[in-house]
Design a protein around this ligand. Structure first.
Ligand code: ZN
Ligand code: ZN
Length: 289
């Protein structure tokens, strides 16, 4: 039964079929100039973007990982607010016409049967002209990443730990990404006009950012070192027992790595680099958070 031709839908929405009482509607989701479209984590509402061409080539039964928190769910749960609005608009257009066609059937008959009787009734159906669907105007790409595992491109707006397709990323990728996120933040500050920078400097924004960056770098190294150590050293658990946050302190970390039978970082990196690292690590205690 091809009765779905009775419905008028806006550009970008079409009825593709019917099964019993339910109609299947397809609503296009326009991508941005770079060919990416938004995905929003149902858990914490954070947004990332995916390459629409690669996405369309993926299997229908796809489940995605949130790149930030690792929430894993069916792809349809990752709709952004604007995408949802667009789909609801198309669904509303469809529902309006369903209702008005039902009314036509009911009142069309009623009007005929009451002709000449004591009940005077008139009902006239109006043709339906759908308004255009709301467009999508979402925050554009910030950092595009290509997953080393699946080669898919996606874009993130902050530090992330998961590929939307493969899940948990290797510790080195997470560390590299976190450093890139910090670099991007510093570059954005650097790109500001001179007078804006002067104002921010006066307000302590640069100092604050510098402290945050050092904190972040220490955290990145701590997480990476801890993860690599646990992966490489069979008796890591017993060596780390009772040691607390040992990977936050450079000299303790270097000693630990020597104990486990690996190179001494101090010699491997050279005294000058090691000294700079020590100074950087110490600097975070100058400005308490
Ligand atoms: Zn999430
Ligand atoms: Zn991947």
């Amino acid at each position: 039964m091809r009765d779905h031709h009775r419905f008028r839908m806006a550009d970008g929405a079409e009825l593709v079929g019917r099964q019993g009482d339910s109609f299947e509607t397809r609503v296009s989701i326009p991508s941005d100039d770079n060919g990416f479209f938004g995905r929003q984590c149902p858990e914490r509402s954070l947004v990332f973007r995916m390459d629409v061409q690669q996405y369309e080539a993926l299997p229908d039964s796809l489940a995605l990982w949130c790149v930030y928190c690792g929430h894993h769910a069916e792809y349809s749960e990752f709709m952004t607010e604007q995408q949802r609005d667009r789909i609801m608009h198309a669904a509303g257009d469809f529902a309006m016409q369903m209702v008005s066609q039902e009314l036509d059937k009911m009142f069309g008959g009623l009007a005929r049967s009451s002709r000449g009787g004591s009940i005077s009734f008139s009902y006239r159906s109006q043709p339906f002209y759908p308004h255009p669907l709301p467009g999508i105007d979402e925050e554009q790409l910030v950092r595009v990443r290509t997953c080393a595992g699946c080669q898919n491109n996606y874009a993130v707006f902050g530090e992330h730990r998961h590929c939307p397709m493969c899940g948990q990323l290797p510790a080195a990728s997470v560390a590299f990404d976190a450093l890139q996120a910090d670099t991007a933040r510093l570059d954005a500050l650097e790109a500001l006009p001179t007078d804006a920078k002067a104002l921010l400097r006066e307000q302590g924004v640069f100092t604050r950012n510098w402290v945050d960056t050092v904190e972040n770098v220490v955290g990145v190294v701590e997480a990476l070192a801890s993860s690599l150590f646990r992966a490489a050293v069979p008796n890591a658990a017993s060596l780390l027992n009772g040691k607390g946050a040992i990977f936050q302190c450079l000299d303790h970390m270097a000693d630990l790595i020597v104990t486990a039978g690996f190179l001494d970082l101090r010699t491997a990196l050279g005294p000058q680099t090691w000294q700079r690292l020590l100074e950087t690590w110490a600097a975070r205690h100058v400005f308490p958070p």
